[in-house]
Every structure is written in structure tokens, then in C-alpha cells.
Design a protein. Structure first.
Length: 88
């Protein structure tokens, strides 16, 4: 099993098998994010899509999610909160 020090979870965890996103951002995620960290993003992304009623065929919605993904993994505290979601 290939492991990586996950930038999001700050743990040595199983690495992704391939880049989950195209281009430089995908490469950066592959090199810095674990499978568990990526799954956490997918859950957060789903909540963002549902909460904001995003149409994933819309270029603006795709750009918004890409921006949120970059912030989620590579910025501190800059991601949008999900309205109505209260973590325990």
C-alpha cells in the first residue's frame, strides 16, 4: 500500500491511486491528499452542491467548486460554510 502524509488530515494515510482532477490541481491533490482526505472532500462537495442548488452543467458552478476544492485542501479556514449544516 502506497502511503502519503495527507495535508488535510495531517496523518500518514493511504495515497490516491491516480489524480482525481485534471491538470495541475489534480497533480497537487495526488501528491498531497490521501484517499480518506479525498472522500471527506467528496462529502463536503455534495453538501455544497445540494445546499447551493448547483447545476453541474453550469460553468460558474464548476468554477465555484474548483475554487472551493483548492481552498479546502490548500488554504486555512477560507472555505464556504454550508448553511443549515451543524457539525457535532
Amino acid at each position: 500500500m502506497n502511503t502519503i502524509n495527507c495535508i488535510k488530515l495531517n496523518q500518514q494515510l493511504e495515497a490516491l491511486d491516480r489524480a482525481p482532477y485534471p491538470g495541475e490541481l489534480g497533480k497537487k491533490i495526488l501528491e498531497n491528499v490521501s484517499k480518506k482526505g479525498w472522500q471527506a472532500w467528496l462529502s463536503h462537495q455534495t453538501m455544497l452542491i445540494n445546499e447551493n442548488n448547483l447545476n453541474m452543467l453550469d460553468d460558474n458552478a464548476q468554477a465555484y467548486l474548483k475554487d472551493q476544492m483548492e481552498k479546502y485542501f490548500f488554504s486555512e479556514g477560507d472555505i464556504d460554510d454550508i448553511k443549515g449544516y451543524n457539525p457535532e
